[in-house]
Ligand binder design. Structure first.
Ligand code: AP5
Length: 216
């Protein structure tokens, strides 16, 4: 199974990707996560990317395409993969098609999570992530048992730098301008699967699975 997850900032791509990863036993490839790792490791790429991320802007296509191309060549992608946060521009979508064609692979679907803007903002402003294991929480919708501490591993929970109010606004604008057209790209190929991304994470997951069932 090869799937792309689309949707605005906070639409639930990462949350659904983790559930799909467990269900289909395929790796989640999150460009946002890869970039945050590079920032944390102090890599040159991370230093360059952080400036864009902190402003809520997209990291240049050339950087992202190199990252994804390298990651798709890893051994664990043979049975399929789940791309979360990529492609985010029409140029990335076109280059992605070439990467797949070069590997004789086809995409099974592009799942688009549709969530109203007010819900997106509420989700982002309350998100907390474990510094150690990456488990995600929300101060209202999915709080940890003990404030600031991960239920799973006891690690510290932190708020992402780009989840501050001003940056959230910039990310929303960038999404509308640069990433929304990617939907039309996949729709034209008959690959777009639109899913109402409201409701609990489990409810959304069931809707996503229904959309991924073969139609014949
Ligand atoms: P990235 O990390 O991809 O951020 P994003 O697309 O803005 O998406 P988020 O991770 O913020 O949200 P999500 O949709 O995954 O939602 P989540 O499941 O976490 O990218 C960050 C930056 O990196 C970009 O701004 C850009 O600079 C750069 N970048 C990355 N990829 C790039 C690319 N391809 N090209 C160029 N630049 C790139 O959920 C959010 C919160 O809501 C959580 O707290 C969660 O618990 C909660 N939640 C989720 N689902 C539900 C639900 N159903 N009900 C209630 N709460 C829910």
């Amino acid at each position: 199974m090869r799937i792309v997850l689309l949707g605005g900032p906070g639409a639930g791509k990462g949350t659904q990707a983790k559930l799909l990863q467990d269900h289909f036993k395929i790796p989640q490839i999150s460009t946002g996560e890869m970039l945050r790792q590079a920032v944390q490791n102090g890599a040159v790429l991370g230093k360059q990317a952080k400036e864009f991320m902190d402003r809520g802007e997209l990291v240049p296509d050339s950087v992202i395409l190199d990252l994804v191309d390298g990651r798709l060549s890893a051994n664990d992608s043979g049975r399929g993969f789940l791309l979360d946060g990529f492609p985010r521009t029409v140029a990335q979508a076109e280059a992605f098609e070439t990467m797949l064609a070069d590997r004789n692979l086809v995409l099974d679907g592009a799942v688009s999570l549709r969530v109203p803007t007010a819900t997106l903002v509420a989700r982002l402003s309350g998100r907390r992530t474990c510094r150690r294991c990456g488990t995600m929480y929300h101060v209202r919708f999915n709080p940890s048992k003990k404030d600031g501490v991960c239920d799973r591993c006891g690690g510290d929970l932190y708020q992402r730098d780009d989840d501050r109010e001003e940056t959230i606004k910039a990310r929303m604008e960038v999404y509308e301008r640069q990433s929304a057209p990617v939907h039309d790209h996949f729709r034209a190929q008959g690959l777009l699967r639109e899913v109402d991304g409201t409701g609990s994470a489990e409810e959304v997951f069931r809707k996503v699975l229904r959309q991924l069932q073969p139609t014949h």
